[in-house]
Design a protein around this ligand. Sequence first.
Ligand SMILES: Cc1ncc(COP(=O)(O)O)c(C=O)c1O
Length: 375
Amino acid sequence: MISAGPSLSIRSLSRHHSSPTGVDSFLEEYSAAYTFYGAGKVALRDGLAGLVEPGENVLIPAYVPDAVVEPFHELGLESRYYRVESSFAPNFVDVEQRIDANTAAIMSVNYFGFPQPGLEELHRLVDEYDCYHIDDNAHAPLSVDNGTLLGTRGHLGITSLWKLLPVPNGAVLFQNDAETIENFQPSPIAGVRDGLDVSDCQFIVKSVVQNLLDGNETIRDSLDAMFATEDDDTPAVGGPHERYEEGKRQMSRLTAHILEESTPDTIRTRRRTNYQTWQRLLASRDDLEFVYDSLPRGICPQAMPVRADEPQQFLTELQRAGAGGAYNWPRLSRSVLEDPAYEVATRLSREIVALPVHQHVDAAAIEDVGTQLRR
Ligand SMILES: Cc1ncc(COP(=O)(O)O)c(C=O)c1O
């Protein structure tokens, strides 16, 4: 079965490279300053804390998961969703209507690992209104666009390592200019935990057992239930506020180890191959439309998103063919879903199915599923 995310193996826990090859060195190469966190939302809160005043507002795209507003609210900021186009570009007429002298920041999102369209126009508004640009790069820790790492193009940016690697938690705050570096107010949950703790051990045991039982869905489900304790910090269940609060932990020591042992080039190459394999196999289906026509150099896709005429039917087809890790994205906030102004975001959230391309999916497994799905 093709799973949604990569899994931890004993080999990755015991491997040692003689020279630094890992994600840490990669981040150092491409960014001015960065800090590790357990979750991207918490990184965002700390990054903004020294730059904003309660009562100001932040503009964010309507097409984002419901919990993304939580750090802004904790800082006393008003969050204002702006409309997006089907291409994921901001609807600039709408942005201009919502922006004002009290706007502290505008956020853009590099969806599914690809660069945010319309960035030049967005930068024009950021300059005009003298506010900060947040480069939300939760999906693309390894995507490099024309020599620039995504996440480093705003005044500050974030990236979620737990979406890329088989780790208990992990995210990065990028501070991309002198002002954000100078005003940085790290909270006690910035950085990496000193040692392994119970949740790391649970994560390892769960991963090892799941690897052993791969393919046995019934036992896997009961294991998931067994390990779903209050201490489990894998971002997954609960309401938006609860999920935000759960992320308030330092980055795990286990994550730091896996980062050192992971090779960005290998991960990116595998993900690109898997992406292109899905694209080749699904090209003949006229009920699916690819969200991106091409895969530019340097981009490390988080998933292969398609717009499906019948998304639920397609998900069932994928499940039956062995790709149970495919998913609808994202879970929008209720205020977006209930407001007809955000019709495009709501439609995208229904139509888009994200196909797993992670580094532990074998291209041959995708060939197998794709052959069954070909029309
Ligand atoms: C676009 C986007 N931004 C921010 C986040 C928050 O990242 P984290 O879960 O690491 O807090 C997510 C998480 O799903 C996301 O999809």
